[in-house]
Design a protein. Sequence first.
Length: 317
Amino acid sequence: MSSFINALPSAVAQGLIWGIMAIGVYITYRLLDVADLTVDGSFCTGGAVCAMMIVAGHNVWVSMLVAFVVGMLTGWVTGILHTKLGIPAILAGILTQLALWSVNLAIMAMKANQPINAGNFKLLVSLRYLQDVAKGQKPFYMHPLFTVGLFTVGIIALLYWFFGTELGASLRATGANENMSRAQGINTNFNKVLGLMISNGLVALSGALLAQYQSFADINMGRGAIVIGLAAVIIGEVLFSKIFRNFALKLLSVSLGAIIYYIVIQAVISLLDINSNYMKLISAVIVAIFLAVPYLRHSFRGKRSKPAKAGKDKTNA
């Protein structure tokens, strides 16, 4: 139990970082109604770009901005493959993800891992900062929970403003009903590309934060990212859909979903003493459970309502 409590701040911090990625997944999966698999590659791209720029001596904010822009470019490639070349969205994402493996290796100078020593470079977030704040060696505002939490609030506020504009509303309309949007004169292909760019920009930004937090970028750091993103979206919807109606709160629920996901993962590993090598299997089981909850709940309600309806019809007869 003590190991779980000690690991809780780290789990919440990671949940917040992955929550930014999950917000990007939410934009494509829920708003555009597209299952974009580019994120497994663009997540690593963001981490690789940020790590290499920091090691080269660039400012951490500049490094993260470049990571965001490069992430947007990966989304642009997927969007062009889909809208201009007619490749199905899911296949376009797979092709971009496949190409990004080589691109990410090239960014990291053909190395599978690029370390970032938190003692040598000024980072925005770091696991070392979390430990230093706990020991009283760093001020509270350098705690990853405070930093990434503030970052998340800023991103949600910016997205809430953007999707309230005419362009943002047209993007949401494209995902809701593409044919009707096209009939209203909306350039749906442009909106798809834009949505994919924003989504993958946020995913890359999340990768940049994670690379700083764990003090290294790794070629495999994005593997399974889409699963974690979808898990966060589904968990947030299952737990908070009835109380979070506002668009900004829906985005917040996605971030909370990522935090809950990581807390559950940490609880399973710590309390049940399960080998961390089984983490992917555990993740798949957790995602499957939360994906099945809405369907099982609906089926259960349907079975309960049928006898009542039958009894009412018999009474009327």
